[in-house]
Design a protein around this ligand. Sequence first.
Ligand code: FAD
Length: 311
Amino acid sequence: MSNQIIIVVEHLKGNIEDITFEMLGQGKKLGGELVALLMGSGVEGLASQLGAADKVIYVDDPNLAEYNPQAYCKTVAAVVAENQPKMVMIGNTSMGMDIAGGVSVDLNMPFIAYVSGISGFTVTSSLYGGKMSVDSSASGDGFIVSVIAGSFPADAGKADGSPNVEKVAAPDLSGLSVQFKQLIEPEGGDVDITQQDILVSIGRGIQSDENLPMAEELAAKLGGAISCSRPIVDSKWLAKTRQVGKSGLKVKPKFYLALGISGAPEHIEGMKDADLIVAVNTDPNAPIFDYAHYGVVQDIFDFIPALTGKL
Ligand SMILES: Cc1cc2nc3c(=O)[nH]c(=O)nc-3n(C[C@H](O)[C@H](O)[C@H](O)COP(=O)(O)OP(=O)(O)OC[C@H]3O[C@@H](n4cnc5c(N)ncnc54)[C@H](O)[C@@H]3O)c2cc1C
């Protein structure tokens, strides 16, 4: 086993995702050689943004041009098998969760998911929507962790260094049974919530679509727009274009008011970077309060009319 930590770089449309910088920043603190694994086709230029790493391993292949779970999984497994790192860090994202399990099985390597804290060989997983934290210890023989977005500061992984870029041949990626067809982006909606300064976001605490007008009135008084957690979209009370989170949109408003939202990691991923977060929830232990700058432990059906009245 080497003293390397391999960070699997996540990028889309020429942009490196923040989760990569979060892992680079945290990886740096852990010591050892920090290696960023960049996969794609013609994206070597992205290596210049990975200055926090000691080395970038770049695998260029047409089969890696678009995200393909099978091709990415084979490539990560090949690089990990070759380098024998002490730890592999992958985002606990849609892409990362696809890859990590496959690599773990291929290489018979332990895999710890939903990680929100790492201290040496002890890692903390955040389970049940953040309601429970579990510490696990991995053996020193190399293991994989998938890191929940928002667990570490991204800025710590943005540095100007000039790591060595080592180009590595892809493993045999012929005859893949999974083929990339199309990237489907969310349809344009009436309001682009990613461009709003003020978002009034509702969760399951709103109880019924009959209560939506109450929240919409508050949003209008604040000069903002309505957004929501996923159950609201699943119930078809609001369009998918209003959903904040992992499988929705990432927002960064100046003010995010979370009403009756528990704060599951998949929701937090989409709103953690808001400048000011205020959460209202009847449960004082709701995980959203770990991310909110201000918290109100109150029934939203008391809070909403009271604030609307004041405005
Ligand atoms: C692969 C995957 C992707 C996902 N993507 C997303 C995503 O993009 N976005 C997303 O949001 N979720 C996503 N989820 C779902 C996520 O795990 C949670 O289930 C979801 O965020 C919970 O939504 P919620 O907080 O509205 O509901 P709940 O977790 O049910 O929370 C409701 C909260 O309202 C509070 N409450 C109830 N009544 C009141 C009241 N009267 N006044 C005040 N507070 C009240 C409760 O105390 C509770 O904390 C995803 C899940 C998976 C597995």
